[in-house]
Design a protein around this ligand. Structure first.
Ligand code: HEC
Length: 140
């Protein structure tokens, strides 16, 4: 009797475990695609994302709440003349590329501790679009 019971519970355990494995396999590519800066961006959509999310703090040629954006794609981080950057961004020592912009827009403070951009773009698609827009030079 006892043997039958443990066999029964075994037959429940195995499918549950393989189900968990299967969902892991299915989930991880989706997650990495969502987090990948290589996600296809659309510059035209990005212009709208920029207009409604960034222009409150950024302008092409003038520093406002945030630094001037002209040429920011490929530009050295923390280098807009006359802008009072946070120390971390000021000494960033890198040029803005798609991967770094994606990380920055996802969570500036996680990318650069002490960063003072109080804004996150949570949609991976919107980030890809606005990065395509910046890359195309439309804000430049
Ligand atoms: C609430 C205001 C605010 C909004 C909205 C905002 N930013 Fe910023 N941004 C800042 C500030 C402030 C900094 C400077 C951060 C620092 O010094 O740590 C900054 C810095 C940056 C930098 C670094 C520039 C450089 O010269 O190194 C990039 C790139 C950037 N923002 C992109 C964007 C984009 C794209 C959007 C819209 C999706 C956006 N920001 C929305 C305030 C904002």
């Amino acid at each position: 009797m006892q043997l039958t019971m443990s066999l029964k519970s075994l037959s429940f355990t195995i499918p549950a475990a393989s189900l968990a494995l299967a969902s892991l396999v299915v989930t991880s590519p989706v997650l990495s695609a969502a987090q990948s800066p290589a996600m296809a961006g659309d510059a035209a959509r990005g212009a709208k994302v920029y207009q409604s999310n960034c222009t409150g703090c950024h302008a092409p040629d003038t520093n406002s709440v945030g630094p001037a954006h002209r040429g920011v794609y490929g530009r050295k981080a923390g280098s807009a003349p006359g802008f009072a950057y946070s120390p971390g961004l000021k000494k960033g020592g890198f040029a803005w590329d798609a991967a770094r912009l994606d990380a920055w827009l996802t969570n500036p403070q996680a990318f650069i501790p002490g960063a003072k951009m109080a804004f996150r773009l949570t949609s991976a698609q919107s980030r890809a679009d606005v990065i395509a827009y910046l890359k195309q030079g439309a804000a430049q």
